[in-house]
Design a protein around this ligand. Structure first.
Ligand code: F6P
Length: 329
């Protein structure tokens, strides 16, 4: 059991690749804390701002009208200096100067890596909120931004399907996820892709060629191949080049969706998820939790140590993989 705590002042920041819904999380942290009479500070540009002392007091009004906005009003940055002891010491002294007693870190595995080192060095309570489109953190069924990014992908792929069928073309569409295939697998199923290549299952180009030949035999002259950016074969350009080399009869094009997946107004699902997790983060601090990530597992708030959240990936859903194969024929 953890000991309840009464904080006077906490800070929140967003870090790593930004994700739609981060603003909703900031809003929830600020308003939940103020509800408990806790002052909230925002750290601008994550660990960079912590080291520079770019730390601003936030009011309820400051987070008004942002729930629907993509990006993050506190911005984000990756900080090399925070990887040094001197950098972390500067950061900690800035927090002390402001009287900040605990942190809520909204971000991904890089964010949590820094947070857990900082916690172990200075003992400051830290709660992680999973904010990354990759969905590659253990301890939450979804991460903030994942749903919005996937909806952005299927919207784009639906458009590509139109032009692919107009020109009897194969489109190789590369999606984000760094080294996880969750976005690729789910958007591949949702967009009816002919093939989905993900880092979690080895890509055999000859198998892909067989699938494509079979489709052509059945009269499918165009198609979509979703390629996760972390796929073991390389990105969409690599795969397209190899397919063309092995069978030049195909007309192929490549679309790398890139950072389009990182923007846009968060979906309802991400706004609710972010609101729940921002609220849960402050509740967790009050309950005495620290060095943990809050998540939603089977609809309920869960707590996972930051170390575990970083180290383990949620496994790829094998049933979804099977469904993808069967439904894409
Ligand atoms: O972690 C989120 C993410 O969008 C990954 O999917 C992607 O590989 C990476 O960030 C891109 O990083 P950057 O925004 O620094 O180019």
């Amino acid at each position: 059991m953890v000991k309840k705590k009464k904080f006077k002042r906490i800070a929140v920041f967003t870090s790593g690749g930004d994700a739609p819904g981060m603003n909703a999380a900031i809003r929830a942290v600020v308003r939940t804390a103020l509800n408990y009479g806790i002052e909230v500070y925002g750290i601008v540009r994550a660990y960079d701002g912590m080291i520079k002392g770019d730390i601003i007091k936030l009011s309820s009004k400051d987070v008004g009208g942002i729930i629907q906005r993509g990006g993050t009003i506190l911005q984000s940055a990756r900080s090399v200096e925070f990887r040094t002891k001197e950098g972390r010491e500067k950061a900690y002294n800035n927090l002390l100067d402001k009287g900040i007693e605990a942190l809520v870190a909204v971000g991904g595995d890089g964010t949590f890596t820094g947070a857990t080192i900082f916690h172990k060095e200075y003992g400051i309570p830290v709660i992680g909120v999973p904010g990354t489109i990759d969905n590659d953190l253990f301890g939450s069924d979804s991460t903030i931004g994942y749903d919005t990014a996937m909806n952005t992908v299927i919207d784009a792929v639906d458009k590509l399907k139109d032009t692919a069928s107009s020109h009897d073309r194969l489109f190789f569409v590369e999606v984000m996820g760094r080294d996880a295939g969750f976005i690729a697998l789910n958007t591949g199923i949702a967009s009816g892709a002919e093939a989905i290549l993900i880092p979690e299952s080895r890509t055999y180009i000859n198998d892909l060629i067989i699938t494509l030949k079979e489709n052509k035999r059945k009269g499918k002259k165009s198609g979509i191949i979703i390629v996760a950016e972390g796929d073991d074969f390389g990105g969409a350009y690599e795969v397209a080049r190899k397919v063309k080399e092995l069978d030049s009869s195909y007309s192929t094009r490549v679309t790398v969706l890139g950072h389009v997946q990182r923007g846009g107004s968060p979906t309802l699902a991400d706004r609710v998820l972010a609101s729940r997790l921002g609220f849960a983060a402050v509740e967790a601090l009050n309950l005495g939790h620290n060095n943990e990530m809050v998540g939603i597992v089977d609809g309920k708030v869960s707590y996972t140590s930051l170390d575990l959240a970083i180290k383990s990936h949620s496994p790829i859903n094998k049933e979804l993989l099977r469904i993808a194969r069967i439904l894409s024929i």
